[in-house]
Design a protein around this ligand. Structure first.
Ligand code: ADP
Length: 374
C-alpha cells in the first residue's frame, strides 16, 4: 500500500473542529510537526497551556482519525504548549491585541536558550558584562553565541577585537565571527566603521531578524543578546519575536535604586519574559595599586533592591581599570586574565546564570500539557 502523505493527513484533519476556537484544527495552525515513517505517523497539536487538561478528547479524536487512514499502521498525537501568547508588533512598535502569528517561522531553532542582557540606560557596562559573561559561559563548556542587538551603536567589533568581515560557507547564510570561544554577529561586522546608521523602527526590526535568521549560528547552548540600552523597539521585537529564556538586568549601584533599572525590569515582565536576575556592575572600587576594596556607594544596596523587586541577585562586578582597559583592547578580562579574580567573578556569575536558564527552560517545558503517547 502506498505511504500516506502529509497532505492526506491534513485534508482528513480539516473536518476536526476545535470547539472553543470555532475553526478546524488545520486552518487554526494547531497541527504541527507531522512525521511519517513506514506507515507510522506522529504529529503534535499546539494548544494554549491552560487548555491542555481539557483537550484529551480532541487528542484522542485526532489520533483515531489518523489511525483509520489507509496506509497508517500507528498514530501518535501529542499536545504541546504554545508559548504564552504575546502581543504582535504593530508598525511603530506598539503591541496590538491578540496572540502571536502562527505563520511567523520560529527564529533560532538550533539555540537552546536565548538570554537578553539589558539595562535601563547606557553606560552602565552592559556590553562589557555581556561579553565577559559569554566568554565565561564558553569556558564552562557551553556552546555560546553573542548577538549584538544594538543596531544604532554596535560595539562588538571593539569589545571582541574582531577584524575583517564575515564570510558565507554555504553561500546563503553568513558565518558568525568566532573569538575567545564565542560565535558572534554584530552590525559592526557588516557596515563601515563610523558609518552613522540612520534607520527607522521597521528597518531595525528586519536587520535584527536577519542577524538571527540569515546567520549560520549552528547548535548553541546559549545565545547572549546584548540589547541596546533603554526600552525601545528592539526590546519589543526581541521580546515578541524571539523565544527568550529570560533577561538579565545590568545596573550600577547608583542607578538600581533609581527608576532606570526598574523600567527595564517592568518591560520584560509586561511582555512575559522571565527576568533571571540582576548583575551589579561597578559595584565597588578595587584599587589597582593596593587591591583594597572601597564601597563607594555602600554595600548590599543592589542585593536589597533586587529582593524588593522580586529579582534574583546574580553577582557583583567591581569597578576596576583593568576591566575597562582589557575591554577597550578587544580582550575581555575573562580571556585576558583567565586565572584572575575578575574571571572568577564572571565564572561564578555565568554558573548562576546557567542555573537560572535551566530552571527557566524546565519551567517552560513543564507548562506544556502532559504529553501522552499511546
Ligand atoms: P553600556 O553597554 O552599558 O553602554 P559599556 O559596556 O560600553 O556600557 O561600558 C561603558 C564604559 O565603562 C566602557 O569604557 C567600559 O570599558 C567601562 N566599564 C564597564 N564596566 C566596567 C567595570 N566594571 N570597571 C571599569 N570599567 C568598566
Amino acid at each position: 500500500m502506498p505511504e500516506v502523505t502529509e497532505q492526506q493527513i491534513l485534508d482528513a484533519l480539516r473536518c476536526v473542529i476545535d470547539p472553543e476556537r470555532h475553526g478546524n484544527i488545520v486552518d487554526l495552525g494547531m497541527v504541527q510537526g507531522v512525521r511519517i515513517k513506514s506507515g507510522h505517523v506522529a504529529l503534535s497539536l499546539e494548544v494554549d497551556p491552560q487548555r491542555g487538561p481539557h483537550l484529551e478528547p480532541l487528542r484522542k479524536q485526532v489520533e483515531s482519525l489518523v489511525h483509520k487512514l489507509p496506509g497508517v499502521l500507528s498514530a501518535s498525537v501529542v499536545l504541546t504548549a504554545e508559548r504564552a501568547p504575546r502581543p504582535p508588533v504593530q508598525e511603530g512598535g506598539r503591541p496590538t491585541a491578540g496572540g502571536r502569528s502562527h505563520q511567523a517561522p520560529e527564529l533560532l531553532p538550533e539555540v537552546k536558550a536565548i538570554v537578553a542582557v539589558a539595562s535601563g540606560k547606557g553606560g552602565v557596562g552592559k556590553s562589557t558584562t555581556a561579553v565577559n559573561l559569554a566568554v565565561a559561559l564558553a569556558r564552562l563548556g557551553k556552546r555560546t553565541g553573542l548577538l549584538d542587538a544594538d543596531i544604532y551603536g554596535p560595539s562588538m567589533r571593539r569589545l571582541l577585537g574582531i577584524a575583517g568581515q564575515p564570510v558565507s560557507s554555504d553561500g546563503s547564510r553568513l558565518d558568525p565571527m568566532e573569538r575567545h570561544g564565542v560565535k558572534s554577529m554584530s552590525m559592526a561586522f557588516l557596515v563601515e566603521e563610523e558609518t552613522p546608521i540612520v534607520w527607522r523602527g521597521p528597518m531595525v526590526q528586519s536587520a535584527l531578524e536577519q542577524m538571527m535568521r540569515d546567520v549560520a549560528w549552528g547548535d548553541l547552548d546559549v545565545l547572549i543578546v546584548d540589547m541596546p540600552p533603554g526600552t525601545g523597539d528592539t526590546q519589543l521585537t526581541m521580546a515578541q519575536r524571539v523565544p527568550l529564556a529570560g533577561a538579565i538586568i545590568v545596573s550600577t549601584p547608583q542607578d538600581i535604586a533609581l527608576i532606570d533599572a526598574r523600567k527595564g525590569l517592568n518591560m520584560f515582565r509586561k511582555v512575559d519574559v522571565p527576568v533571571l536576575g540582576l548583575i551589579e556592575n561597578m559595584s565597588y572600587f578595587l584599587c589597582p595599586k593596593c587591591g583594597e576594596r572601597t564601597e563607594i556607594f555602600g554595600h548590599g544596596g543592589a542585593r536589597r533592591e533586587a529582593e524588593a523587586l522580586a529579582m534574583d541577585f546574580l553577582g557583583e562586578v567591581p569597578l576596576d581599570v583593568a576591566i575597562r582597559e582589557t575591554s577597550d583592547a578587544g580582550m575581555p578580562i575573562v580571556a585576558a586574565e583567565p586565572e584572575g579574580p575578575h574571571a572568577q567573578t564572571f565564572l561564578a556569575i555565568a554558573e548562576a546564570v546557567w542555573a537560572k536558564v535551566e530552571q527557566s527552560l524546565s519551567r517552560r517545558a513543564a507548562s506544556a500539557p502532559r504529553i501522552v503517547v499511546t
